[in-house]
Design a protein around this ligand. Structure first.
Ligand code: FAD
Length: 236
């Protein structure tokens, strides 16, 4: 009997657009041959293969909302010396093909049917943006609250889309003009009120996730309501 087809095979995606989000983050728009069904919050794995066969692969969250199309977007932060992120930033051009596998992850997802409080640090906003966009495109914005923490205005991804009644941005090092909050790390007073039946999604660096989780639990949010996605090195 023939082997069953792999459940999540590698696919070829063509880069059909690249746009800067910040000086250190770019969004790649990828086009697949077939529609890609994904949920808001899931991620994909991108694999690079060198001419000698050496491969490197890393996980990247999907920034675009589920829409049944054959295109999706990944936003990549440039890490100095980073093997894959520097290639995706400095080498990849529109028209190039990438090996991509996914979607992956059934835990850090929002399917649009319950309240969500989303807290992201830096590039950790990426999967939360998919959730916010999904909420907006399906008319469910009243279910979501997004809190984004960045160092300065120049570090804010998706800046043109973030203003909105569901969103709050805090700046840890440098405020834009007109912001009265004293810059500094995220405090409980920054966190939107968490409805009793809300799931709290926390995403960012391991340090960010740990400090936000400690803050939430220290302020009475039940651990079972918190879902965390750490963007640390994966060793893939
Ligand atoms: C589930 C998941 C989803 C992710 N989604 C995104 C995303 O949407 N956008 C995005 O930009 N990244 C995302 N990441 C991180 C991404 O997978 C890579 O870790 C990152 O791009 C660095 O890879 P690199 O090959 O450039 O660096 P590497 O060559 O792996 O590492 C270079 C140096 O940077 C350090 N390093 C590695 N990763 C990180 C990191 N994330 N933060 C700080 N230092 C690091 C390493 O320890 C090393 O010192 C995600 C990670 C996970 C696990």
């Amino acid at each position: 009997m023939a082997d069953a087809a792999p459940r999540n095979p590698w696919k070829t995606a063509t880069v059909v657009g690249i746009r800067p989000e910040t000086p250190r983050a770019k969004t790649l728009r990828l086009k697949f041959e077939q529609p890609v069904e994904h949920m808001a919050g899931q991620y994909f794995i991108v694999r690079l293969t060198a001419p000698d066969g050496y491969t490197a692969q890393r996980s990247y969250s999907c920034a675009s909302p589920p829409d049944g199309s054959n295109e999706l977007e990944l936003t990549i932060e440039l890490l100095d010396g980073g093997e894959v992120s520097t290639y995706l930033h400095n080498v990849v051009e529109a028209g190039d093909e990438l090996d991509v596998r996914g979607p992956i992850g059934l835990w850090f997802v929002w399917n649009g049917d319950h309240p969500a409080c989303m807290i992201g640090g830096g590039s950790g906003v990426v999967p939360l943006m998919a959730m916010l966009r999904y909420a907006r495109t399906t008319g469910k914005s009243d279910l979501v609250r997004l809190l984004v923490s960045v160092r300065s205005p120049a570090d804010l991804y998706y800046a043109d889309e973030l203003p909105g009644p569901e969103t709050t941005v805090i700046y840890t090092r440098q405020n834009p003009p007109g912001v009265n909050r004293a810059s500094g790390r995220l405090r409980m007073t920054d966190v939107p009120e968490v409805a009793d039946d809300a799931t709290v999604y926390v995403c960012g660096s391991p340090d960010f996730c740990d400090s936000v989780t400690d803050l939430l639990i220290g302020n009475g949010v039940l651990a079972e309501r918190i879902r965390v996605e750490r963007f640390g090195p994966t060793g893939d």
